[in-house]
Write a protein that binds this ligand. Structure first.
Ligand code: AMO
Length: 450
């Protein structure tokens, strides 16, 4: 008999079917055994009735995660047992025959829907098993939609996709958060950002994007920092102002949110979360305006600070939410000297730049802005930022030969999922997270985790 996927069972009421999957849970009730089965499409409840002696014998051998092939009849549940709003809530599989395809060792913890409540260390220490839980699968299906829909919107907007290198000769973002690697007898780095490469590709293709791994040697273990990140990067030429970058970012996030709503309704339900609210026009303010608002609302005086602290990010989002209902806010105009050399200084006030961050529900989701496109100005910045021009020769070469006014942005895919789903820790948005304390296994000498 041909396999039927669990999601399709609703269309087979009254028919005999064969399904394959895992035992999600077993409940013995008097002379009957109830079994929930799970495959990649969903979950269904099955029941072995007292007259099915052979199936009952098999059923007694089953534990959670046994892999089985099951023959049974799809029955409509009696009215009082119907569960509205969940897949297969109106049907049940009357089990006729069970074949065990693979056995599973007793589980180290409860994996049932209600009993699954692990601390993150246990969860990650048992990733091969916890990845099977529908809650986790819901998160990673949404991550998949985020990446797919980023690609789609970029392609719809005529951006060219390229793959940026991971081994690089220089550090794009500056700072100490870079992994140095032995490269034969020389030193090289793992890329912190495809920044310089996307600008080179943009100078030839006008619009480009990449979905790339980036690496940050974050020396502190926080709830929002990873060492290996999926970076969703875009760069576009012929802009009139940094606001064109903001508008493209906004359009991108709107599209991603729409696609999640469309493709992941059941996953959002499993997680019990509401997506953040994005208005037609996302509130936008300068760093100084944001600091002034925080001062007025919370009496914390950070006016003059070079950046928003994480507390500031939380507070400015609270203020904007209260004032407008938006869960997003753009903050632009950071001190030029405190940001990477490529960010465009505001001509009217060169000590502030035309860089911007998108903040959502209290955390930064992206950075971006206008870039310097004039060769002489770029060379000047390279000197002032104490960079060695020899390490970015190829980048400078592009600008020597004519580059239009341009800009771009980058989102961390995991941060995006974390904020969209209100996850308390960014590691929950990654199947195999890397941080200073973990590469699959906890690293030796590690005590705590975050
Ligand atoms: P930035 O350094 O702000 O900008 O990084 C862009 C976005 O990447 C994500 N991100 C991280 N997520 C998890 N853990 C980390 N350690 C981490 N570091 C960064 C965040 C952040 O907003 N080249 C610029 C982008 C540009 O201007 O186009 C850049 O890399 O979501």
């Amino acid at each position: 008999m041909k396999r039927t996927y669990i999601k399709e069972l609703g269309t087979k009421v009254g028919e005999e079917v064969m399904i394959k999957g895992w035992v999600n849970i077993r409940r013995d009730q008097g002379k009957m055994i109830f079994l929930d089965f799970r495959d990649m499409t969903g979950i269904v409840q099955g029941v072995i009735l007292p007259n099915q002696t052979e199936a009952l014998e098999q059923g007694k051998k089953l534990r959670q995660e046994f892999v089985v092939e099951v023959n049974g009849k799809v029955n409509e549940r009696p009215e009082r047992n119907k569960k509205a709003g969940i897949l297969n809530g109106n049907i049940e599989l009357e089990i006729l025959k069970i074949t065990i395809l693979a056995e599973a060792a007793p589980l180290p913890f409860d994996m049932s829907a209600d009993g699954f409540n692990l601390d993150l260390i246990t969860e990650l220490d048992n990733r091969a098993l916890t990845l099977r839980h529908p809650r986790n699968q819901a998160v990673f299906k949404i991550l998949e939609t985020v990446i797919d829909s980023f690609r789609e919107i970029m392609k719809n907007e005529s951006f060219f996709e390229f793959q940026a290198p991971c081994i690089v000769p220089a550090t794009a973002e500056g700072g100490a958060e870079v992994f140095k690697i032995g490269y034969f007898n020389k030193a090289a780095y793992l890329t912190q950002s495809p920044q310089l490469y996307k600008q080179i590709v943009m100078s030839a293709f006008e619009r480009c994007f990449s979905v790339n791994k980036i690496f940050r040697a974050e020396p502190s273990a926080t709830t929002r920092h990873l060492t290996e990140i999926i970076s969703l990067d875009a760069e576009m030429a012929f802009i009139d102002s940094w606001t064109d970058i903001r508008d493209m970012e906004e359009k991108t996030i709107k599209y991603i949110l729409e696609q999640i709503k469309k493709n992941n309704a059941e996953h959002l339900k499993i997680l019990g979360v509401e997506l953040p609210v994005m208005l037609d026009k996302t509130p936008t303010m300068s760093l100084r305006e944001a600091q002034q608002k925080i001062f007025e609302a919370y009496k914390r005086d950070n006016r003059g600070d070079k950046d928003l602290s994480s507390q500031d990010e939380v507070e400015i989002c609270e203020i904007v939410k209260k004032e407008t209902g938006s869960d997003f806010v753009f903050v632009y105009g950071y001190p030029t000297k405190k940001k990477p050399f490529y960010v465009y200084p505001n001509p009217a006030e060169p000590e502030f730049n035309e860089g911007l961050d998108m903040i959502c529900r209290g955390r930064e989701l992206s950075s971006g802005g206008r870039r310097i496109n004039n060769f002489e100005q770029l060379e000047k910045h390279v000197k002032e930022w104490n960079l060695d021009p020899k390490t970015i020769t190829m980048f400078l070469q592009a600008f020597k030969y004519g580059v239009p006014p341009e800009g771009g942005f980058a989102f961390g895919a995991e941060r995006l999922v974390m904020q969209f789903l209100n996850l308390p820790n960014v590691r929950q948005a990654v199947i195999f997270p890397r941080d200073m304390n973990r590469i699959d296994e906890r690293l030796e000498g590690t005590e705590g985790e975050f």
